[in-house]
Write a protein that binds this ligand. Structure first.
Ligand code: CP
Ligand code: NVA
Length: 309
């Protein structure tokens, strides 16, 4: 039987997302009552990370511990793509662990790993996508606003990995996604076509005007202007994205009950000001907390006794 990977949210159907959220809600409610059900006893996750991480690494490690499993953080010395072929690496690692959670500089490298892996591979961020972030974020939105269906998420800033995954999650769950970004940082025509193919009911809008974009927003979301791996472009990006800062003036143009989200880490004073990220509309800490719960939901769905495998 073929192995189920989660490399982007195109790998999950809307029905599967709902199922993962049902598990997430149940696990979170139990966690809040002090119950940590060991639903994955003896299961082991390998965490293969080429970039730094706080939220993703810690929430996956803690999530596995809550579920009665273990997580192994693998450093450079395992030699992914350097000591042996990717095929040998992936097939051998699959003999030991139940899931490979990978953060990589290049999405293609993760696709190659997944081609050879005999256990599920979960994308923990690549240059293309950050599906676990978007998975958790739509859960956070539903906790604050109820069903995301018919609501509007406005992403102000770079049309990057986080924005791409959020757009797909919104497309799956009936939430309008509007990207306010300089034209050359909006989604490519190929990605727009991909979104329409994967989520045919998607409501996608792109604009260069952040002031107009936020007027009917339910969620205003931003991320760093310079993602990991793009450091050489930092100064140029700082200049280009300056009109896209989420500050009090921009928030004042949006409905007063709109929530502010940021996947973190934030570059305060660049894409967002202190008064917004620390302000009453900001849900960023709650959003980060839900990474744990949503990823536990994903792990149980993927690896649990009633998993589709
Ligand atoms: N949002 C997020 O993925 O954070 P980390 O880079 O700290 O994992
Ligand atoms: N877009 C950011 C997200 C970090 C979690 C990056 O790729 O660096």
């Amino acid at each position: 039987m073929s192995v189920r990977h989660v490399l982007t949210l195109a790998d999950l159907s809307p029905g599967e997302l709902e199922r993962i959220y049902a598990i997430t809600r149940d696990l979170k409610a139990k966690y809040e009552q002090g119950v940590r059900e060991p639903l994955l006893p003896g299961r082991v996750a390998a965490l293969l990370f080429e970039h730094p991480s706080l939220r993703t690494r810690v929430s996956f490690e803690v999530g596995m511990a809550h579920l009665g499993g273990t997580a192994l953080f693998l450093g450079k010395e395992v030699g992914w793509g350097s000591r042996e072929s990717v095929a040998d690496f992936a097939r051998v690692l699959s003999q030991y662990v139940d899931v490979i959670i990978v953060r990589a500089k290049s999405h293609q490298r993760v696709e190659e790993l997944a081609r050879w892996a005999q256990v599920p591979v979960i994308n923990a961020l690549t240059d293309l996508a950050h599906p676990c972030q978007a998975l958790a974020d739509l859960f956070t939105i539903s906790e604050h606003l109820g069903s995301p269906r018919g609501r509007t998420l406005v992403f102000v800033g770079d049309g990057n990995n986080v924005a791409r995954s959020l757009a797909m999650a919104c497309g799956h769950l009936g939430m309008r996604f509007r990207l306010a970004a300089p034209r050359e940082h909006q989604f490519s025509p190929e990605y727009v076509e991909h979104l329409h193919r994967v989520a045919p009911q998607i409501q996608l809008e792109m604009t260069t005007d952040p002031q107009q974009a936020v007027r009917d927003a339910d969620v205003i979301y931003t991320d760093v202007w310079t993602s990991m791996g793009q450091e050489a472009e930092k100064e140029q990006r700082r200049r280009k994205f300056a009109p896209y800062q989420v500050n009090a003036q921009l928030m004042a143009l949006a409905p007063s009950d709109a929530i502010f989200m940021h996947n973190l880490p934030a570059h305060r004073g660049e894409e967002v000001t202190d008064e917004v990220i620390d302000g009453p509309q900001s849900v960023v800490v709650h959003q980060a907390a839900n990474r744990l719960h949503a990823q536990k939901g994903l792990l149980v769905w993927l690896l649990g006794a009633k998993s589709p495998r």
